[in-house]
Ligand binder design. Structure first.
Ligand code: MN
Length: 246
């Protein structure tokens, strides 16, 4: 049977070996059977540049690369944590980088895919930062800084974002439904797949008077979350982390 996998929001870091082990199991045992694998952003908890060649980052790249070398196409859309991933790392991992919103044909169904942060328009402060961070000068400027400085900026940014999130209501941190409808209408699709909000679900509503679906991928904080799409079926599943004996 022909199918495609989607994952997002793994937030990989060397401190969370349970997450990376769950990912590696998936890549070694499941991903190779797929037609394609889409990684919809926030694969890493933080990304300060492709020149940050740590053993952990290299290990993640090589696990993906084995899958790509086995003939599975792997596509990557940037998240708000790893938007500085560039061609160098993409090549190492066997990723094809995609634009932030793109329509793919999934077994006959045109499907819009994205990380999803661009749909959370009620978080005005974040959207302002996003425009700067995804613009042309800010990333270029940041990537010119020494690695140690970038690491410090990332650490401070993460602390500030945690503080900021405490003050936001859950409504502000979710997608804006009208923005979802407008975006889907603009791309002329009845299906959208995204991550970012960490609220795995399948939502049914209408766009242009026709049935529409929004599939939200889950994060990998407490378990793996994988979407499997075939011609007639969408399957959003959770995968428990392997617990080592104490
Ligand atoms: Mn995100």
């Amino acid at each position: 049977m022909s199918f495609t996998y989607f994952i997002a929001d793994l937030h990989l870091s060397p401190e969370r070996e349970d997450i990376s082990q769950c990912l590696f199991q998936f890549l070694r045992h499941n991903a190779r059977q797929a037609d394609a694998l889409y990684v919809l952003g926030d694969l890493f908890e933080a990304w300060i540049g492709d020149d940050n060649q740590t053993p952990f980052n290299q290990k993640v790249a090589s696990e993906f690369k084995h899958v790509a070398d086995s003939g599975v196409k792997i596509y990557f859309i940037h998240g708000n944590r790893d938007f500085l991933i560039r061609e160098r790392f993409a090549k190492q991992a066997g990723f094809t980088l995609l634009p932030e919103q793109v329509v793919v044909n999934l077994y006959g169904t045109p499907t819009l895919i994205s990380h999803g942060d661009e749909l959370c328009t009620r978080d005005v402060a974040y959207q302002k930062f996003r425009r700067k961070a995804r613009g042309w000068w800010w990333p270029r400027l940041v990537l010119c800084l020494p690695l140690s400085t970038r690491q410090r900026i990332a650490d401070n940014g993460r602390a500030a974002s945690k503080e900021n999130q405490k003050q936001l209501t859950t409504e502000i941190m979710d997608v804006t439904q009208q923005e979802v409808i407008n975006t889907m209408a603009r791309f002329n699709v009845q299906r959208l797949i995204h991550g970012h909000t960490h609220r795995p679900d399948i939502h049914d509503f209408e766009v242009n008077g026709l049935p529409a679906q929004r599939i939200v991928l889950g994060d990998w904080y407490d378990q793996g979350s994988i979407l499997k799409v075939s011609k007639d079926k969408l399957l959003l599943t959770e995968h428990p982390f392997f617990k080592s004996a104490q």
